[in-house]
Design a protein around this ligand. Sequence first.
Ligand code: GLA
Length: 390
Amino acid sequence: MNPLQPAIDRYTELVGDSPTGVWAGPGRVNLIGEHTDYNDGFVMPFALQHAALVAAGVRDDDQVVVDSLDLSETHTVALDDLTPFDAPDAPERRWSDYLLGCVWALREAGHAVGGVTLVLSSDVPVGAGLSSSAAIECAVVGALCDLFDLDISPMDRAKLARVAENAYVGAPTGLLDQAASTLCTLGHTLFLDCRSLETRQIPIDLAAAGLEILVLDTKTPHSHVDGEYAERRATCERAAAILGVPALRDVDDLGSALRVLAAEADNDRLVKRVRHVVTENDRVLEAIEVADSGDLTKLAPLLDASHASMRDDFEITVPTVDLAVETVRDAGALGARMTGGGFGGCIIALCREGEGEGIGQRVAAAFAEAGFGAPVWFTATPAEGARRLA
Ligand code: GLA
């Protein structure tokens, strides 16, 4: 069956007419560069084949009707009643806010967006660190741009989607996820400088190098609308203020920065957080050189070092994630790291082609032995960014 058909049928059932179109926003894995985006640093994601699909059409009233095919729920909100998370009378946040927030963000930015029906269906795993929320936002922003004739560049679409996430939903994230969803292209990993917003599409042909990337979901759910992510971000901002730089991106001499921070009361935490961000930015730059050289096996030690830094310095890994990384390395993966915001979710492992499945099974066995729930996994190749499908 046409994979778009269920969303089209649901739209037709709700509205009594076919949708104007169907738009997609993919999830992503971040190859390297974690918690660097809100420090004005560097990231290197690629889009997944998993995507959020939105069947959409304009309405002739002032309502926003959002429907989730996966949850069988419909919510209707009048345009004037769209309420960001920090408004005094804000209702509790729910899944529909990722869609409603996009309508709100575009209107706040002065775009003429009216009533609309949006039917959502997504196969991006939720809470896995694969940007299921940005996938939704970027599909919706794409739909709104086309439906209301808005000429907005992919980068500006990503920024608007981020406004939905930060100001409407209330998750204080950086630009990584939304930029990955709107800007990534088939067969490439994206380099993004989160300060200058310079981008580069870097060809990455894993199969030609005899490699594959295993994405393994530990099924330990994580969330960004909670304290830990915001705490890491606030600590980075405080460290930058102590160091007298606009952002940790600007730390050129790590040794002397760490000596300055050592004088602070909570010096251990500050030193570790800063060391992670500064070394992670360096690893992204090295990863670009590796990708350019074509010898992708050399990504492996960078992935390993990134994981160790997230585990020991940024302290955002959890036992399931660390066990998964150790097990894939023991099982023959060349290098591995957690991907995404942390505190659960997915790891990625660079494997020799054809070995990912067996390596995933080794993790399943190790999880069973440790009394953890069963993980799930797949191999990923860089897929297309957000686009209209029909
Ligand atoms: C989440 C956020 C991103 C980024 C990553 C960590 O995915 O949405 O902005 O900060 O965590 O790299």
